[in-house]
Design a binder for this molecule. Structure first.
Ligand SMILES: [Zn+2]
Length: 408
């Protein structure tokens, strides 16, 4: 099991030092020095590396490909490059990044025509939704409306699953993203209610007394964020639910909490006994983010405590030998940022810093030495260094950091 992740040998907590000099005094090696840096100083280094990675990614996924898009998705494709450029623009206000972001989305738009995928992360909803929001920032009202019209024309194929990557929940996430960034009511509650109804109905149908809601993807009852319960519950908590639906969501989360492994980690699917994966896609990290959301929405101690317990698993086993956000260190770092936002506890901010420092200190060299897997799509947002650059940029404002395509 241990070959999946590095043992976490970093101190549990280091209070912030106020100056570079005290970091030098405390440091015995490069990682320890980074851990002692004041966050402002650390962020200057992280931002510099992130912007350098962004340039590499633009070169590899856009310029070297002669602006041709073969994979349009946010997950492994060109929309991920656009999403990173948008984040870079938000941090640096460099409008060149915003303009390039818009050009890449236009190419993704052409490449995604005819696709039957409907979600934000892997489908056309991502292209139209990000396109509309970026057009709004550029001030191109006509382009914004064009993307919104296309979004509203998205048709669901038959046998659409419910999960986030390819299913209804991933479409609803795009609706919420639009309503948050363009304005409430951009996508009507009626449209969202219809999709929510379908999700609730199929969840109740499959549950059969097991727990209030249950779902399948490719014949398996997944629990994680990408294909399963955690992701679907996350999205449902953002919807305007009826009282009985709220109880079903709470009941499903309680069922999961009750059935976690003795280690505190979560099975990747129903009845799985393999306590192996500590990823956003499968295992404690994605579920921790959902539990943080539940603690925010429902209040009370039970979801907060469960989120903190899941966060401990991520701290102990989350230094994966991959860098991305789906199943890598960068994604796991968002758990601590989310817990920090919920609790205000500086320990969680330190832990986010620690994971980011680990990446900043070791990722690029370890990838080139083959110690860390660079990802099947090494320049992508979800599997590659794109996610790491996004995280580094997000560290500039830890109170607002959000896991791409998941936290809103
Ligand atoms: Zn994954």
């Amino acid at each position: 099991m241990a070959d999946r992740f590095f043992p976490n040998e970093m101190p549990d907590y280091i209070p912030e030092t106020q100056s570079l000099e005290s970091a030098e005094v405390a440091a015995s090696d490069s990682l320890t020095k980074l851990l002692h840096l004041p966050i402002r100083t650390l962020c200057q280094g992280l931002t510099k590396e992130a912007l350098h990675i962004k340039e590499t990614i633009v070169n590899e996924t856009w310029i070297a490909k002669r602006k041709r898009v073969d994979d349009f998705t946010l997950y492994t494709g060109s929309l991920g490059t656009a999403f990173l450029l948008f984040k870079a623009y938000q941090v640096t206000k460099d409008r060149n990044d915003l303009a390039l972001c818009s050009d890449i989305i236009k190419a993704c738009d052409s490449a995604s025509r005819g696709s039957s995928r409907v979600t934000f992360i892997c489908g056309v909803a991502g292209v139209c939704a990000l396109g509309a929001v970026v057009a709004k920032h550029i001030g191109d009202e006509h382009l914004c409306q064009r993307y919104l019209t296309q979004f509203k024309q998205i048709k669901f194929p038959k046998d659409l699953p419910n999960e986030i990557l390819y299913g209804r929940a991933g479409f609803l996430w795009a609706c919420s993203f639009l309503n948050k960034n363009i304005g409430e009511g951009t996508i009507s509650t009626t449209r969202m209610r219809t999709v929510t109804d379908e999700i609730i109905k199929s969840g109740r149908k499959l549950a059969k007394g097991l727990c209030p809601l249950m779902y399948e993807w490719h014949g398996k009852k997944y629990w994680g964020a990408a294909h399963g319960l955690a992701g679907i519950m996350y999205i449902l908590m953002d919807m305007d639910l009826k009282a009985d639906e709220v109880e079903d969501v709470k009941g499903t989360l309680r069922y999961m909490i009750k059935s976690c492994f003795p280690s505190g980690n979560y099975p990747s699917s129903e009845r799985s006994e393999s306590d192996r994966l500590v990823h956003w896609c499968h295992g404690a990290p994605g579920i921790a983010l959902t539990l943080v959301k539940a603690a925010k929405v429902f209040g009370g101690e039970e979801f907060l405590q469960a989120a903190i317990t899941a966060g401990e698993v991520v701290w102990n086993r989350g230094l994966l030998k991959r860098v991305g956000i789906c199943h890598g260190i960068s994604g796991n770092t968002y758990v601590f940022l989310s817990l920090y936002q919920l609790t205000g506890d500086p320990k969680f901010l330190y832990r986010a810093k620690a994971f980011a420092c680990f990446l900043h200190d070791k990722a690029q060299t370890s990838i080139s030495e083959g110690i860390i897997h660079g990802g099947d799509r090494p320049h992508s947002l979800f599997e590659g260094i794109g996610g790491m650059a996004h995280l580094f940029l997000d560290m500039n404002d830890p109170s607002q950091a959000k896991f791409p395509g998941y936290e809103l």
